[in-house]
Design a protein around this ligand. Structure first.
Ligand SMILES: [Zn+2]
Length: 156
């Protein structure tokens, strides 16, 4: 039995496990994928190759809102600013994964939530709006400055 977070839309915790054929009937390439489908029509995907849900089931509006968050969030860690590239000891993919962790930690702190809950797949529409408002005026330099201040505080 998989533990489910309550559906974002209706609070139900007993979604059905279905395949991509049910969710995306016009996408044969997604038929193999597994999804959790709530009786209300909200759904979420699974971690690749597992039945482990990616967050909580959500309806169309929430999924759209999450994709807006990704539009401002992903460039923050997927694009290495020139001033940080090629200077440290990290390979670009290591640098990006560090940047990603930092960006999510920063966002969690700004939103006042635990880093464990800071995944777009778990966000409600309200949290998406909050995240979007924070991230659209954030640069990686802001995130980096925040991380350095945190580190200084931890040492003090
Ligand atoms: Zn539901």
């Amino acid at each position: 039995m998989t533990d489910h977070r309550p559906c974002i839309e209706c609070g139900c915790v007993t979604p059905d496990l279905v395949t991509g054929e049910r969710i995306y009937p016009h996408r044969k390439d997604l038929y193999e994928l597994k999804f959790w489908l709530c009786p209300c029509g909200a759904y979420c995907g699974c971690h690749p190759g597992t039945e482990e849900p990616l967050g909580a089931t959500a309806g169309k509006e929430t999924r759209n809102a999450r994709s807006y968050v990704h539009r401002v969030l992903d460039p923050l860690w997927k694009t290495i600013p020139p001033q940080y590239s090629g200077k440290g000891k990290l390979e670009p993919h290591q640098l990006k994964s560090m940047m990603r962790r930092r960006v999510y930690r920063y966002l969690a702190a700004e939103m006042g939530i635990s880093p464990d809950d800071c995944h777009t797949g778990m966000f409600t529409i309200e949290q998406c709006r909050q995240a979007y408002a924070i991230l659209r005026k954030t640069t990686y330099t802001d995130v980096r400055r925040w991380v350095k201040e945190q580190q200084k505080r931890e040492k003090a």
